[in-house]
Design a protein around this ligand. Structure first.
Ligand SMILES: [Zn+2]
Length: 295
């Protein structure tokens, strides 16, 4: 009985071993073919770098009451980030900007400045610009002049207390500010009202690639781009967005630097020499442009 069954047991055992061996091989095979983490090496290289830009940030006193873009025909652009500082998202964004040598402008909410003054100090220490985005983020068109003044003063004072630097421009929440309000704010505070001409509507959280493509496809020479460092998905979309803009040949400056750029001193040919061709870069150009220092 035992002698008769032993070979059968052996056969059964070997069949089992063979089966286990096969399934192990299949498992290995699956692991190899389903490696979805793979990226081509070109997408994993180091980030691109914005050049060092020695442009003056001293825009003239008569620069104008409101701006939605710069007047330059050169490929300078300003990234603006609103509604911060945020304790996690803003430092993460600052890391991304530093890695690329990009200087941006932050329109901060006074209340948040008071909560996170160390982040405001870091923003300024790393060469970025701070703008006044009010204390409570209300629609200023619905407020009295006295209330608007309170919003401006309290935010300005919080910014100065945090980092020792005065804001030089303002952005109204929702872009809502009557012409008469813009005029007296400009006169009394010296703040030009800064709007934008590229709006990815990132606060609606349309998806990272949508934010990136809306910004990269719509940015032109002199553009002011609106984004919000308050929202995590916006910050998540920034590496691809910033690299996409750098690849197109854009150079990043702050809002004040953009305002200080005068088209006649950067790209207009001398009137006496009309025959000399002048290089005027366009957004899709990747040709490097030498940095011009405004007077
Ligand atoms: Zn805002």
């Amino acid at each position: 009985m035992i002698n008769y069954r032993q070979p059968l047991l052996l056969i059964a055992l070997s069949a089992l071993v063979a089966l286990v061996g096969c399934s192990a091989k299949d498992k290995d095979k699956k692991k190899t073919t389903s490696n979805s983490d793979y990226r081509t090496p070109s997408l994993r290289g180091p980030s691109m770098r914005n050049p060092d830009i020695a442009l003056s940030a001293n825009f003239p006193g008569n620069v104008g009451v409101s701006h939605s873009r710069g007047r330059t025909t050169m490929p300078y652009i300003a990234m603006t980030y609103d509604d911060g500082p945020h304790p996690q998202n803003t430092p993460r964004l600052l890391d991304m900007l530093r890695e690329r040598n990009i200087k941006a402008t932050f329109y901060v909410i006074g209340r948040s400045v008071n909560m996170y003054p160390h982040i405001v100090r870091r923003i300024v220490a790393e060469g970025h610009e701070i703008g006044n985005h009010t204390w409570t983020h209300r629609k200023l068109t619905a407020l009295s002049d006295a209330s608007v003044r309170w919003e401006m003063d309290k935010t300005r004072d919080a910014i100065i207390a945090a980092c020792g630097v005065k804001p030089r421009t303002m952005r109204p929440p929702y872009g809502a500010l009557r012409q008469s309000q813009r005029a007296w704010i400009y006169k009394d505070y010296g703040y030009p009202t800064i709007l934008w001409n590229v709006d990815p509507e990132d606060w609606k959280r349309p998806g990272l690639s949508v934010v990136t493509s809306r910004i990269v496809n719509n940015t032109r020479n002199g553009s002011i781009v609106l984004a919000h460092d308050l929202h995590k998905p916006t910050v998540d979309a920034m590496p691809a967005t910033l690299d996409g803009l750098l690849r197109k040949g854009f150079k990043f400056v702050t809002v004040s630097q953009l305002l200080a750029l005068n088209p006649s001193t950067t790209a207009t040919p001398p009137a006496a020499k009309p025959a000399v061709p002048v290089f005027t870069p366009v957004p899709n150009s990747v040709t490097p442009v030498s940095t011009v220092v405004a007077p």
